[in-house]
Design a protein. Structure first.
Length: 117
């Protein structure tokens, strides 16, 4: 059973930083592409960042240059370093695992990020 557990969210002032973590079990983590998405109240869930099994990355335009996605395959964990946070970054952040040869996408329960003064 594939399970994803996010952590690291919280309340931060504009301009501050947070690092989110997502630890995965039940799969060969190193083979998975991992993504972060976010969902603000009343809005759809939007793509934030992706890292492939080979380490290639991609970002939404709104976070490029401020957020960095990385992975530690030894710890089965993907990270999202978020710098220069803005109020519009307020959302529940979810990680997603794409497992090779598995039609399902696997999601974590989410971690809340609130950017406010």
């Amino acid at each position: 059973q594939v399970q994803l557990v996010e952590s690291g969210g919280g309340l931060v002032q504009p301009g501050g930083s947070l690092r989110l973590s997502c630890t995965v079990s039940g799969t060969i983590f190193s083979a998975n592409a991992m993504s972060w998405y976010r969902q603000a109240p009343g809005k759809q869930r939007d793509f934030v960042a992706l890292i492939t099994s080979g380490g290639a990355t991609d970002y939404a335009g709104s976070v490029k240059g401020r957020f960095t996605i990385s992975r530690d395959d030894m710890k089965s964990t993907v990270y999202l370093q978020m710098n220069n946070l803005k109020p519009e970054d307020t959302a529940v952040y979810h990680c997603k695992a794409e497992v090779p040869y598995d039609a399902n996408d696997y999601w974590g329960q989410g971690t809340q990020v609130i950017v406010s003064s």
